[in-house]
Design a protein around this ligand. Structure first.
Ligand code: HEC
Length: 120
């Protein structure tokens, strides 16, 4: 019997390692700052949340939001606007309102909220 590793065994091992690596990626998923950019938040709020002509600055947001309330806001911004005087005033200074991000999973919305809440 040969001592050499069979090529098929090697391929199998590599495939399993790759699978493991991709599972690990799936568990963690993209970080909040990546999701923020991937979902186009930066196009209105700026890549670092500095704000711009299309969206307000996102600094010190923990004054107004926590992870849950902000995640709910992403899902249905209009609903929050109606019940939040500060936000509806702020909204009037922009030509278009914040779009709804209904396709985000709770986990993704939470990660984005964590990132936004970390901006100072
Ligand atoms: C088309 C421009 C636009 C995009 C894209 C956008 N926003 Fe907004 N966002 C706004 C505007 C305008 C407001 C002010 C409220 C309103 O008018 O709806 C706002 C409000 C907010 C607020 C509340 C600010 C405060 O003072 O309390 C947060 C937080 C926020 N956006 C985060 C995000 C995140 C995260 C994303 C991406 C998932 C995003 N926005 C995508 C335009 C945008």
């Amino acid at each position: 019997m040969s001592q050499k590793t069979h090529p098929a065994a090697l391929t199998l091992t590599l495939t399993l390692l790759l699978l493991l690596a991709s599972c690990a990626e799936g568990d963690t998923g993209p970080s909040g700052d990546r999701l923020y950019l991937q979902n186009g938040c930066g196009s209105c709020h700026g890549a670092t949340g500095a704000g711009g002509s299309l969206g307000p600055a996102l600094k010190d947001m923990s004054r107004f939001w926590d992870r849950n309330s902000m995640s709910a806001f992403f899902e249905d911004p209009k609903a929050t606007l109606r019940s939040d005087e500060r936000l509806s005033k702020l909204s009037k200074t922009f030509s278009a309102g914040m779009p709804a991000f209904q396709y985000l999973t709770d986990d993704q919305a939470g990660r984005i909220a964590d990132f936004v809440l970390s901006l100072k």
